[in-house]
Write a protein that binds this ligand. Structure first.
Ligand code: BDR
Ligand code: CA
Length: 309
C-alpha cells in the first residue's frame, strides 16, 4: 500500500477529501499535518481530530502546524466554511489531542520513514510544506509524488480576480514549493469548476445510512447553502477533485505540463499562479496540471466515501 500524508486545513471540502482517503484500500494514511487557512489553526486541528473520531480513525496521527502564513497575515474563509470551519454545528469536542510533534517536523520524519514511496497531498496553504523545505531542502528527493490543490491556471481566481485561496493565503510558501519540487501534480480552482457536483445528486449521497454521511451532511450544510446562493446548481469541492487525482491518477483524462511561477508582488495579482502556457520563459515544466478528470469516477469515489461505515 502507498503511504499517504495529507496536509490539510479542514474545511468542508478538505473533510470530503479526507473521507475519500479514509475509504481507499490502496493507501495507508501515515498522518494528517494541519495548516491554517480556511479558518484558524485551533479550529482546523480540532476539525481534523473530530473527523477522525467520527470515522473511527483515531489511529491516524494528527500534527498541528504553523498558525500563520510565512510572511503576511491573510484573511480566512470562515464565511464559506462556517466560523469554525465545520459549519458551526457545535459538535462535542474530540476526545483526542494532536501529537506534540510540529507538522513540519512530522513531514520530514515521515519522508524519511517512507523515503521514495511517500504520496504527499496538500489541500491547504503550503505553509507547513514550505517550512519543512526550509528546514531540509532535500525533502523532494524522498517524496514519490506531490499533489497540490491550488492556483488558477488561466487566471480565474476565487479569492481575488487572479488568485485562488490556498496560494493567496501564503504565496511565499507556494513559491518555495514550486521552486523546490521538480514535479507537482496540480489540481487548481479551474479544474474544480470543470467538475461541479449537482446539488440534488449530492443530497442523495448525503442521505446514505452511515455516520460519515450524517456528520458530513451536518458540517457541509452551511457551505452548500452558500454555494446554491452564490453559484447555482453545482457545488464545487476543490479538495475532493485533488484527492481523486491523488488516489486514482488513472482517472485523469487531460493533463498539461507547464512551468508555473507564483506572483509575490503584484498589486492586483499577488498569489496568482502564472502558467507559461507558450513555454517562452525557458523554465522547466514543473507542474502537471489537471485539466479534466473522469467525472463518473470522481463522483463514484465521493459517493462510496460517504456511504462507508
Ligand atoms: C481551496 O481553498 C479552500 O477554501 C478549500 O478548502 C480549497 O482547499 C479552494 O480554493
Ligand atoms: Ca483546503
Amino acid at each position: 500500500r502507498i503511504p499517504l500524508l495529507i496536509d490539510t486545513d479542514p474545511g468542508v471540502d478538505d473533510a470530503l477529501a479526507l473521507l475519500m482517503a479514509f475509504n481507499d484500500p490502496r493507501h495507508d494514511i501515515v498522518g494528517l499535518t494541519i495548516a491554517a487557512g480556511n479558518v484558524g489553526l485551533s479550529h482546523t486541528v480540532r476539525n481534523a481530530l473530530k473527523l477522525c473520531e467520527v470515522c473511527g480513525r483515531d489511529d491516524i496521527p494528527v500534527f498541528a502546524g504553523t498558525p500563520e502564513p510565512l510572511l503576511h497575515p491573510a484573511p480566512d474563509a470562515g464565511y464559506v466554511h462556517g466560523q469554525d470551519g465545520f459549519g458551526d454545528i457545535g459538535y462535542p469536542p474530540p476526545q483526542r489531542q494532536a501529537e506534540a510533534e510540529h507538522a513540519a517536523l512530522a513531514i520530514l520524519r515521515l519522508s524519511h520513514e517512507h523515503a521514495g514511496k511517500l504520496l504527499l497531498v496538500a489541500l491547504g496553504p503550503l505553509t507547513n510544506v514550505a517550512l519543512a523545505l526550509k528546514l531540509d531542502p532535500t525533502l523532494p528527493q524522498r517524496v514519490a509524488r506531490l499533489v497540490v490543490m491550488g492556483g488558477a491556471v488561466t487566471g480565474h481566481g476565487n479569492i481575488t480576480p487572479s488568485a485562488e485561496f490556498n496560494f493567496y493565503f501564503d504565496p511565499e510558501a507556494a513559491h518555495l514549493v514550486f521552486e523546490a519540487f521538480e514535479r507537482i501534480d496540480l489540481a487548481d480552482w479551474e479544474a474544480t469548476l470543470a467538475h461541479g457536483l449537482l446539488h440534488e445528486r449530492v443530497a442523495g449521497w448525503l442521505a446514505a445510512d452511515s455516520d460519515r454521511a450524517r456528520f458530513y451532511a451536518d458540517i457541509s450544510e452551511k457551505t452548500r447553502l452558500w454555494s446554491i446562493d452564490r453559484r447555482g446548481d453545482h457545488w464545487y469541492a476543490a479538495d475532493a477533485v485533488a484527492m481523486a487525482f491523488a488516489l486514482e491518477p488513472a482517472g485523469a483524462v487531460e493533463l498539461a505540463e507547464r512551468p508555473v511561477a507564483i506572483e509575490l508582488q503584484g498589486r492586483h495579482s499577488r498569489g496568482a499562479s502564472v502558467v507559461d502556457w507558450r513555454r517562452e520563459g525557458g523554465r522547466p515544466d514543473r507542474a502537471n496540471i489537471l485539466l479534466q478528470y473522469d467525472q463518473a469516477r470522481f463522483e463514484g469515489l465521493i459517493q462510496a466515501a460517504l456511504a462507508a461505515k
